[in-house]
Design a protein around this ligand. Sequence first.
Ligand code: MG
Ligand code: MG
Length: 272
Amino acid sequence: MIVVKTREEIELMRESALIVSKTLGMLAKEVKPGVTTKQLDTLAEDFIRAQGALPGFLGLYDCPSTLLTSVNEAVVHGLPTDIPLKEGDIVSIDCGALKNGFYGDHAYTFEIGDVAPETKKLIQVTKESLYVGIREFKTNNRVGDVGFAIQQYCENHGYGVVRELVGHGLGKKMHEDPEMPNYGKRGRGKKFIEGMVVAIEPMINMGTHRIKQLKDGWTIVTLDGKPSVHFEHDVAIIDGNPEILSTFAYVHEALGITSNEEDEFRQKTLVL
Ligand code: MG
Ligand code: MG
């Protein structure tokens, strides 16, 4: 059952999404060689609590951490460890926050020092695919339109689109209907309606789309050991069009990245 949100509820959800966005911005300054993902996890938990929110993942489905930190060939659901990050690694950091009864859920893949050019390309294309998908999240489109757009964009670059893990509706629960696969067929699946809020989150592999779970019962890795990238935004339908509630602006500011991708997205959406 899809739970639509009122405008007031969407504003509360924006608040939760922005807490996660700011957490990722804070972490962006700390993600460097030598730091461990457990250290990042502690920083994130303290930061979220200081904002008057609760970590969204901690305790959910028995999750032991505030962050899910997936390094290199890890796709998603990596548990924080004492292993220091090193030059050339990438780490996908997924973070949730709960405030006013609503969840935010937002992810970014960071580069540690100098990263291989082919990995940089994977990061860039995955991030672009997120916006390609979000653009299809509007009234009268369907779940398959978002999935199709993301899949086509990434497969055109020769990448593998993970099948087993998907985006999702978001609200008073972390995972609501509908499931939002990053693959699909145009015009298929549930129809989007005003007031829906979803997390759109392409998980894209450099090689095969196939994955496996590690013995820790959490970490998902690529079957071929090649890198994987994950970006996630929280998006609402307002006046028929997608409105991104989370933002990478804090991360970009921390990393000194000049990007108008979200502004560009808004302008293009208005034109459509
Ligand atoms: Mg997430
Ligand atoms: Mg999610």
